[in-house]
Ligand binder design. Structure first.
Ligand SMILES: Nc1nc2c(c(=O)[nH]1)N[C@H]1C(S)=C(S)[C@@H](COP(=O)(O)O)O[C@H]1N2
Ligand SMILES: [Mo]
Length: 521
């Protein structure tokens, strides 16, 4: 065959291939990065879902009738074929003009971006994977087409040079394909485990508790606009952790290792845990980083297995005084053994407000311990309990300047009015929350401006482990600036300290003061 024709054929092939590989790189890099963002930040997922939304019913019926449960696979394959053809055309376009090809890619990326951003669970940040995918895709196109053009240049008449440059192009192509395959492989594997965890959570039916939590008395909730709900809905529950991306654990893969200074080491699977006698308990969780008046606190009904019983089975040895709990992502908390074995309801929890734990709150298993800040007790995604000594092991935050022990400090808060509210003349109703987990709140007082402290009306108590709401009706509001300060007492008769302390190293303290104004206009 004529050398020029062979060269021309190779050139067309090379440019088409360059386009195809660049698209593969774009999609794969975005797929990999999507692991850190919403599921729909992956171009294929977004395009597929958008396509499904726009599919006319007759085509949907046809797809289901033809492909059955493989309809999604068929969709992805079609999407792949269309993308591959488009990508090859863009590659051929690059043979005429790289600028035109780059423009085409940017337009196609914009279309994918529109598909990502219009998905319900995505925000602007979810465009990050596509952005980097596009950057890498464009880079690959530039690289491969430069090599392909060199190959096709007139100098290529010279046989050895052509062979050399073809080899270069083929090596570069193979490297790009390899890179794309690795990125796509890792990305899809992580996405698959993530989906497995999500699917398992949705499919999970939690067993009924052996001991049900007592019903919350109706009077526990102060009926006043702006007050928090007595039981915090899961989606409003504050979230604090060091996890850049939420760990996704398939419960079938989960196990808890209990070891260290114990006579009886053992490992427990999720099924074994669910077969134990589970109990239900309301507990108000608090973060050590919560500032005075802050909202890093939430109250939920937890379902779980008492840690006391778990540790009984392990039989801790004399001299042990701490349990180091570690999560799958390496976070750890040091909890006094004494606290985990006394009669408070420290739980290895699987349920939160009648649902399996949400993924962000530790699915499938976490700890919750009444009376301790989360950083020393509430390990999410927990997989390891080591019975040890405070003198021997340090937990995650202990090595970063926080105290090794973190009992929750008694606190009280003004929820209504918010700071710097402007209120109309007339009756002012104050409302708030106070907590002293395991001991209980017996009294709350407020001071309006410089008036004497006065006792407020306490809402019904649910349990000693939960927060307690309060309200007070003030009839003396005159126009002008005012302040209200709050303090609580526990059932031991102790008053909340007025000493101001920052959250570091073991929790904030001091009385919250809220300023507001009343105006007659
Ligand atoms: N694995 C893991 N568990 C963790 C943390 C963490 O960073 N990683 N943070 C702790 C802290 S500081 C708090 S206050 C609670 C918060 O629990 P939540 O996010 O369910 O409200 O989780 C605790 N458990
Ligand atoms: Mo925390």
């Amino acid at each position: 065959m004529d050398k020029a024709i062979r060269s021309k054929r190779f050139e067309l092939f090379a440019f088409g291939l360059a386009g195809f590989i660049s698209a593969a790189v774009l999609f794969s890099v975005a797929q990999l990065l999507s692991v850190f963002f919403a599921t729909s930040s992956a171009p294929f997922v977004a395009l597929g879902s958008t396509f499904i939304d726009f599919t006319p019913p007759w085509l949907k019926d046809f797809a289901i009738a033809t492909f059955g449960t493989n309809d999604k696979l068929a969709l992805f394959i079609s999407l792949g074929v269309v993308s591959a053809l488009l990508a090859a055309s863009v590659g051929l376009l690059a043979r005429r003009s790289l600028t035109a090809a780059v423009t085409a890619i940017l337009i196609l990326s914009a279309v994918i971006g529109a598909s990502v951003i219009t998905r319900s669970a995505t925000g602007p940040m979810d465009l990050v994977p596509l952005f980097f995918g596009t950057v890498f895709g464009l880079g690959t196109l530039k690289w491969l087409t430069t090599l392909a053009a060199k190959d096709a240049s007139p100098i290529a008449e010279d046989e050895p040079a052509t062979g050399f440059s073809r080899r270069k192009f083929l090596v570069a192509s193979s490297l790009s394909v390899l890179g794309a395959a690795i990125a796509a492989g890792v990305g899809t594997t992580i996405a698959a485990t993530r989906n497995a965890a999500e699917a398992a959570r949705l499919a999970l039916g939690l067993p009924a508790p052996k001991i049900k939590a007592a019903k919350i008395p109706t009077g526990a909730q102060v009926d006043l606009k702006g007050m928090p709900q007595f039981v915090t809905p899961n989606e409003d529950f504050y979230r604090i952790d060091t996890a850049l991306s939420v760990p996704r654990i398939d419960p079938a893969e989960w196990s808890l290792r209990v070891h260290g200074m114990v006579d009886n080491e053992f490992t427990m699977s999720f099924d074994e845990l669910l077969r134990e006698e589970l109990v239900e308990s309301y507990l108000t969780l608090t973060c050590v980083s919560n500032p005075v008046g802050g909202d890093l606190v939430g109250n939920a009904k937890w379902l779980g297995y008492p840690l006391r019983k778990l540790l009984e089975r392990a039989v801790p040895q004399a001299g042990a005084d701490m349990v180091l709990s570690t999560s799958i992502d390496g976070f750890s908390a040091s909890t006094p053994l004494e606290i985990l074995t006394d009669d408070r309801m420290a739980l290895l929890a699987v349920g939160m407000n009648d649902e399996p734990l949400p993924l962000e709150h530790g699915f499938p298993v976490r700890m919750v311990v009444p009376g301790l800040y989360g950083y020393v007790s509430a390990t999410k995604w927990v997989v390891d309990l080591e019975v040890t000594r405070f003198g021997e092991k340090d937990a995650y935050w202990t090595t970063r300047g926080w105290s090794e022990r973190g009992p929750i400090k008694m606190s009280s808060r003004v929820d209504v009015p918010r700071s710097f509210s402007k209120l109309p003349v007339g009756e002012v109703v104050f409302g708030g929350t106070a907590w002293a987990q395991t001991i209980g709140i017996s009294k709350v007082e407020i001071q309006i401006d410089d008036e004497p402290w006065q006792r407020v009306e306490l809402a019904k108590e649910a349990t000693l482990d939960t927060w307690r709401q309060w309200r007070y009706v003030w009839k003396g509001g005159t126009p002008g600036n005012h302040s209200v300060t709050v303090r609580a007492y526990n059932t031991d008769g102790e008053m909340q300290t007025s000493d101001r302390a920052d959250p570091v190293p073991n929790g904030a303290s001091g009385w919250q003061r809220v300023q507001f104004s009343i105006s007659d206009s």
